[in-house]
Design a protein around this ligand. Structure first.
Ligand code: ATP
Length: 336
């Protein structure tokens, strides 16, 4: 049986709790994993004065994929740069894939939502080029042709592979004529290679409103880094909240899988966090590793637990604890 070497970042806040639940599920699949714990985030900063120690990077390089819990980066210039952003750049994980689905049994504003946000993950305002000039400050918004081209191609390929009909290019090219203008025009260039897929464009503010009002109109959204980040939380909000939103950071050579949510310090240490987002992220990891069938089984098991409504975590109106939820998922998996 093939052995998968997986680097595991437990992370901060609820990270270790949702990771324990996720590893419990993964360890009950009958697959051969070697999980290698590595440190990153606020806890690593407190211990080593480095939020992303060299050893962590070295170990990650030797693995097949990384499963990452949320890491906390306190705001303000006096702290450190987000290790999540650093890892995305270091491993050139240019595509951030965030699927949003309304799930059976989950109270949500809308039903029939099934969309994927494909967010450029390495540049734009996240390039981290910021200066103070006297009492003022400036950030450089970098958009390159290469990054636009590969994220657009990734989005259209994904739409084709997953059988989605439409790709929506989201930008603000009416105001940011040079930077978003480039993103827009390159996306339309790439779209010509995919005549079977409908291409539309939308200004980001309008897209935010339409995601709230008519989310089932969307299939695949392709957008730049900051817009993708913000629209993701909007999409999570209308499909049951952050506790259910998984994501993948994918490059040509490596991939990191993590929940969309952050470290949720407000509920950390109580054992009440919803582990679904990270468990679903691990299902995306299995698909990436070629274990499509088992990845789909995990998704089905989660849907089955949620639709029964017996084991729901606090964010979904229940009082099931994090590990109890994971156990319910494994019980379902054993019956599938
Ligand atoms: P960070 O600074 O790490 O981004 P944050 O609290 O600002 O943390 P999130 O962690 O994304 O941002 O949390 C936003 C809200 O969603 C919080 O109220 C949090 O409790 C809730 N939340 C996030 N993830 C989960 C989860 N897995 N289960 C339940 N509630 C969650």
């Amino acid at each position: 049986m093939k052995k998968y070497k997986i680097a595991v970042i437990h992370g901060d806040g609820i990270g270790p709790e949702v990771m324990e639940a996720t590893l419990y599920v993964l360890n009950n699949l009958g697959l051969n994993f070697e999980f290698i714990p590595v440190e990153a985030g606020l806890n690593a900063w407190k211990k080593y004065k480095n939020p992303l120690p060299e050893e962590t990077i070295d170990i990650i390089r030797k693995t097949d994929a990384c499963l990452k819990g949320p890491t906390q980066t306190p705001p303000g210039p006096e702290t450190f740069k987000s290790p999540t952003v650093t890892l995305r750049k270091l491993f050139d994980l240019y595509a951030n894939i965030r699927p949003f689905k309304s799930r059976p049994g989950v109270p949500s504003i809308h039903k029939n939502v099934n969309m994927i946000i494909v967010r450029e993950n390495t540049e734009e305002l996240y390039s981290g080029i910021e200066y103070s000039i006297g009492e003022n400050s400036i950030a450089i918004r970098v958009i390159t042709k290469k990054a636009c081209e590969r994220i657009a191609r990734f989005a259209f390929n994904l739409a084709k592979k997953e059988g989605y009909k439409k790709v929506t290019i989201v930008h603000k090219a009416n105001v940011l004529k040079v930077t978003d203008g480039l993103f827009r025009s390159i996306c339309f260039e790439v779209a010509k290679e995919y005549p079977d897929i409908i291409t539309e464009e939308m200004i980001v503010d309008s897209a935010a409103m339409k995601i709230v009002m008519n989310p089932s109109d969307f299939n695949v959204i392709v957008t730049t880094n900051l817009y993708g980040d913000i629209l993701s939380d909007v999409a999570a909000g209308i499909t049951g909240g952050l506790g259910l939103a998984p994501s993948a950071n994918i490059g040509d050579k490596y991939a990191i899988f993590e929940a969309v949510h952050g470290s949720a310090p407000d509920i950390a240490g109580k054992g009440i966090a919803n582990p679904s987002a990270l468990i679903l992220s691990s299902a995306m990891m299995l698909k990436y590793l070629g274990e499509e069938k088992i990845g789909k089984m995990i998704e089905n098991a989660i849907d089955s637990v949620l639709s029964e409504g017996k084991y729901l975590t606090k964010d979904l109106g229940g009082n099931t604890k994090t590990m109890e939820f994971a156990k319910a998922v494994v019980e379902k998996l054993n019956k599938l």
